[in-house]
Design a protein around this ligand. Sequence first.
Ligand code: FAD
Length: 554
Amino acid sequence: MVEAVSSSTRNRGSSRSSSANTGHNDYGRKKCEALAGNSNLNGEDELQMAIGSDKNATKQSCKVAVIGAGAAGLVAARELQREGHEVVVYEEGEKVGGVWLYNSDVEDDPLGLDPNRCSVHSSMYASLRTNLPRELMGYLDYPFLPREGRDVRRFPRHEEVASYLQDFAEEFNLLLLVKFCTKVEYVGIYRGDGNTEADIVNDSSFKQQLLREGCEDLREDSANLETRWVVRTRERRQAVEKERDVLNFATGCEDQVTDVIFDAVVICNGHYSQPRVAWIPGLEKWPGKQMHSHNYRIAEPFRDKVVVVIGNGPSGIDISLELISVAKEVHFCAKKWDLSKDLFWPLHEGKLQCHLLVVELVTEDGTVHFQDGISCHVDVILHCTGYLYSFPFLDTHGIVTVENSAVGPLFEHVFPPLLAPSLSFVGLPFKVVPFPLFELQSKWIACILSKSSSLPSTKDMMADVQSFEVRLAEEGIPKHYTHNLDSCQFEYDNWLAAQCGSEPIESWRIKMYKVAQKIRKLYPDSYRDIWDDYDLLDEAQSYLLKLKTEKHWK
Ligand code: FAD
């Protein structure tokens, strides 16, 4: 079934003005300069064209599919709706919240390598508490404040974040937009009138055509929406309906597969579900048990075991600390260490051993050899080595690819130049404060689709992406760090904000993030309960309470 939906253009009053061209932050200025270098125009006109809003443009309303109802998909839906777009959110699960919906089930392949395994979306372990303070973590205009009768701690447990996301969805009437139990199985390019399935583009020469158009700069106005998308979904019918169906198969209650045409697709499917595993020589014959942190839930199964934990990201640290109480020995190994090793780890000496550098070799008798020369017999290797980006449903004929954990080519981690603005991604950057970043990316997408802000030409966006890649290579930054924003995340946030005329990030957030990072490194086992940034906390709490009162949020 193909259900055709077209875009409508209507005037909804004066459009927002963008401060993108005022150069109020360095990131924006650098971008403008870079783009100016790639264009044939000069001076002010050039910057005006490169980035910014067309104040007199008529707003356009698009039919947009959002994939996923986690923190990214929910805020994308809200921003798109606020900007006047028609939104459908497809969510495979039964509730909003994504990765924050704890699931005690684990996958049947503990390493997550088998593409046909029965998959579980959430990677939360039972004891998980946030690694960011709640003042910082919440969306910019919907404070994550404690509520009576719930987990009121500054670093609450996962259930509290799931409840906050549910509150957010209810506050903004987003639940009505979500089609639950509906998995997106295919997203493909569509160029037709919506009447026939033959209009789905199956031709690999399509990429060449777009490249030609992009290079010749035929598509100077990147806000054209000539590329539309077919979204194929499978709606899972409830088990109870299926049972009834066995008794009365005349009702034909099967999974429903539907194709719908959209003007734009925003991908918010998360990137913490597809494990990345460390490769170690000899692993194929190693007799012990291996698993990825995606499938770790509680410590009890590790009682009296000798465990190797690989990776010192937040999960690796949390899980190692939790295992100390039950395991016989925990060998914690990572490529590099920060301050915490000298100050903290000696406290757990004996039960916990830290190895600089990684596992070098494993052997058939169960022995693990570390690069620092130490060897021991090990029962379990736990890979806390992060996740891979994965878009199994997306077919762009090779225009968008995932290579070395980098999704590209993407302008500002959001728009593939050749398919902008009809295809976009929310939430790819890592080492960031995620929710506010999702919110700003979503605002930007919504404004671009409505034409109240504009993108540079396809050619200029492609040149920008290429110069970014060259810069990474020259600075010796590995490709898999493409979406690592870390120290420049707030500049990026402010640049996004400027694109849609929003205020820059409040300065207390930036200061609080720096303090939180420092304390977390120094005191990994106690930072969630002991802190000393009282002045910042006071400032943040009065700001957020005032905001809540002004906006009348429940
Ligand atoms: P997700 O939450 O993963 O949501 C994606 C949604 O898309 C899911 O609901 C999924 O069911 C749906 N979906 C996927 N594919 C399809 C499909 N084909 N069809 C339909 N629906 C689909 N962040 C913090 O801010 N603070 C923290 O303390 C913190 N701790 C973390 C701890 C762990 C262990 C992990 C894994 C992450 C943590 N994060 C933390 C990061 C967290 O992932 C982000 O904060 C954020 O919740 C990610 O939201 P998302 O919407 O991008 O992805």
